[in-house]
Design a protein around this ligand. Sequence first.
Ligand code: GLN
Length: 403
Amino acid sequence: MVAQRFASFGESVFAKFTRLAVQHGAVNLSQGFPDFDGPQLAKDAAIAAINAGHAQYAPMIGVPPLTKAIAEQYASRGFDVGHGKGVIDPVQHVTVTCGCSEALPATLMGLLNAGDEIILFEPYFDFYIAGTVMANATPRFVSLHAPTRAGAPFTFDEKQLRDAFTPRTKAILLNTPHNPTGKVYTRDELELIASLCIKHNVVCISDDVYEHLTYDPALPHIPISTLPGMADRTITLSSLGKTFCLTGWKVGWSLAPAPLSACVRAAHQFITFSGPTPLQHGAAAIIHDMTHKPSAFVAQIRSLYASNRDKLAAALMSVGLTPHRSDSTYFLMADHSEVSRRLGLDDDVAFCEYLTREVGVASIPPTVFYDTKSLGKPLVRFAYCKKEATIDEAIKRLGALKK
Ligand code: GLN
């Protein structure tokens, strides 16, 4: 009975591997969510909002304290929506959604007409392709290639990117820092993307949900909307969940100039209309706090994740998997081909199922993130956004692969 537009997707890979992890008692390094709590300040503010009776629909664009806190947060970092750096109006430029998960289809459906083309980098977060299908638009892919040299980042080919732009291209969807590779796009890469957006009059949708989770000071997150000529053609998407370990709160937003905010709102008002009111108040408190003083919570999780990443990468190497460099996000990719050859496993799905069932560690098979399936088959994605003890337990279990 499932409509054709969704039938080919089957069960979401995140639902499947979290289900398998529970079924087999595996350490769950599949779906990207922290296994510990968010900051008390946000929780107290959300509980206070419930007790104060904030129980009715939030305004379609979000509760005023939150839209204001988001606008101030971006203004303080020099973001631009076409009125000069730091000039952001909550009412015109910010739209609160039910997580970035809603902001994505709202943006895609609000912006794209049937037959419009959108450029996606593969591997892509699977919502991008589902959202493109919901919008009846046509995806064009640019591949991020795994490095052949240890310690090098994933890179794309300039010619493939240039060739992806056609007269039908209306948008490009950028995700930096990037899930699933942990890549942070460099200034040179972003300048190239920006110059092509400007040349072809294309809108850039920038999914920045991992913006605060970078681990190498030499590779900071650079918001593409701050590059010359990009302010009035960028829709920046982000959320509370990744930064503050509150993925289940589902508070996300878009930041865009008024004509592009209108696209997001056109769809958002008919998808959810608005997100949960008390949680928006909780989000407002913690975002306001981080604008006015450096967030100790964020500093702490950054250092935890960087240390988890290093430990996990070393452990993967010691059992014959080849981890690739990850400078950000919750994730790292590793090459499993050698181990899979030894075990007689065909591809990433077979490897991840084996790992969950026999080794007791769940991961994600990344072919679902690729149009060019051959690029994803040798790879596996691990989430390291966990307590140290969880990573230690996973490392202990991964030792079984040595045999
Ligand atoms: N962003 C999360 C990940 O990549 C998953 C979100 C979801 O479950 N849809 O693991």
